[in-house]
Design a protein around this ligand. Structure first.
Ligand SMILES: [Zn+2]
Length: 452
């Protein structure tokens, strides 16, 4: 009698366990079940939810999961809204984490976790980010709670019950960030532009490369090649030997380096010798140096991408996004400096040390750190350009430094506003010297970080 009862009881318990496991794919602690999600999807199929941004309807990819209300919280596909505002949305496959960055705020959500991080501070969610497969094709969409994320980055949210519309109003762009972003730092303004920002930790998420991008294309068809032999100095510099730079290791060759020639097109940067026949727009020496840098890095086997290889304009955000979508290991922006006074002169390199939500440093995440690359680049630049050493500066407010998700530096070769520096910038040897120095610093840093 005992035996006969024991077996069915065991089978019954096992059956219950299997049923329980199958019906709850979301952590029990979250309190959501598959049927909650199915209920939400079914209801929203019959009564769809719309989304507007500043009054304009936001189209959600019709092949993906539509906006869905689960337990009174609206979830939307991660990229649908925030990229339209100019935010950067990233996905860390290993950690199953979504990152949304806009202005100075970074929100990080982990799939099925009720803990989110806003600028590194833990917050509790009613409904977590979820991966939802609405049509059973085994391809899920990453869905995030819209109100939580939008309010965290400074949006205001409304709900219109009659039309079932979530209205999102984007935050005003902070002029300190956007207007100042593009201006080169100099000794008169550097302190002001950085003040007050040190308390905001910059939290990054290492992106995955966008699968639709050809990572072998460097966007440079100019045919620029590296120099060789001895540079005479043109009466401006003392002579310099251009020894070939070492090859990168096999591991270093695989790392994407994004090279950004500052300004371009309608944005000419600062202007040297303004109004004279010898006028110089900063965008031109920047591009010359960037093209040469690409050539030197390519000669050592590097994988590179140029944000521009001609006289075209891109916003600072677009430049950062080009590096983010390529999952670059390093972003290098080539500029020259300027000041309202003609006396400041010399070379400086800007960087911004970043961490991820767990406090890992750039070195932990990427193997290299922007500060060390900046320091080495500054040293070789001062040697090659024979300029005044102004040193390296941490500049959290410079947009390409804080919108990129990887170590990034901005090189300010010399001052357009200083006559002696400008004669160097206008010398035919300037781009070669500039590029050689920066390439040398990158190659040395990469070979140390990625041996073998
Ligand atoms: Zn510039």
């Amino acid at each position: 009698m005992r035996k006969r009862l024991k077996l069915p009881a065991f089978v019954f318990i096992l059956l219950m366990l299997i049923l329980a496991v199958n019906s709850v794919t979301v952590s029990a602690a979250v309190g959501l079940t598959d049927s909650d999600i199915k209920e939400g999807l079914d209801f929203c199929r019959d009564y769809p939810v719309s989304l507007t941004l500043d009054g304009q309807k936001v189209q959600i990819d019709p092949s993906g999961v539509p906006a869905v209300i689960i337990k009174e919280r609206t979830l939307i596909p991660a990229r649908a809204l925030f990229e339209k505002m100019g935010g950067v949305v990233t996905w860390d496959e290993q950690k199953q984490a979504v990152g949304i960055t806009l202005n100075k705020t970074q929100v990080s959500l982990t799939i099925n976790s009720q803990t989110a991080y806003v600028n590194g501070q833990a917050k509790t969610l009613d409904v977590p980010a979820l991966i939802i497969d609405h049509d059973g094709d085994y391809y899920g969409s990453t869905m995030i709670p819209v109100r939580f994320v939008a309010e965290s980055i400074g949006c205001t949210i409304s709900w219109d019950d009659a039309t079932r519309t979530v209205g999102v109003k984007a935050p005003a762009v902070e002029p300190s960030d956007e207007a100042k972003d593009d201006k080169d730092a100099d000794d008169n303004t550097a302190d002001n532009e950085n003040s007050g920002d040190e308390t905001v930790p910059h939290v990054i998420t290492r992106p995955e490369p966008d699968p639709s991008i050809d990572l072998t294309d460097d966007n440079d068809n100019t045919g620029t090649s590296v120099g060789s032999g001895t540079l005479s100095g043109n009466g401006v510099f003392t002579a310099m030997e251009l020894s070939p730079l070492p090859m990168l290791t096999e591991n270093a060759k695989k790392q994407m380096i994004v090279i950004d020639a500052g300004h371009g097109g309608k944005d000419c940067g600062s202007i040297g010798n303004k109004g004279t026949s010898n006028e110089c727009f900063e965008k031109t020496p920047n591009l010359d140096a960037a093209l040469k840098l690409n050539a030197w890095l390519k000669a050592s086997g590097a994988t590179t991408y140029m944000t521009r290889s001609g006289d075209v304009y891109y916003t600072l955000l677009e430049r950062a996004q080009k590096a983010n979508t390529r999952a670059a290991t390093l972003f290098v922006s080539c500029h020259n400096n300027s000041n309202t006074s003609s006396s400041p002169n010399g070379t400086e390199v800007h960087y911004y040390s970043k961490v991820n939500e767990y406090g890992d440093t750039e070195k932990d995440i990427y193997g290299i750190e922007s500060k060390a690359v900046a320091k080495l680049a500054e040293k070789y630049l001062v040697d090659a350009l024979q300029t005044n050493e102004r040193g390296i500066k941490e500049s959290p407010k410079l947009a390409v430094l804080n919108k990129t998700q990887m170590p990034a530096i901005i090189v300010e070769g010399a001052f357009m506003s200083n006559p002696s520096d400008l004669s160097k910038i206008q010398s035919s040897e300037y781009a070669e010297r500039y590029a050689y120095a920066v390439a040398k610093a990158i190659i040395e840093s990469f070979n140390k970080a990625f041996p073998g």
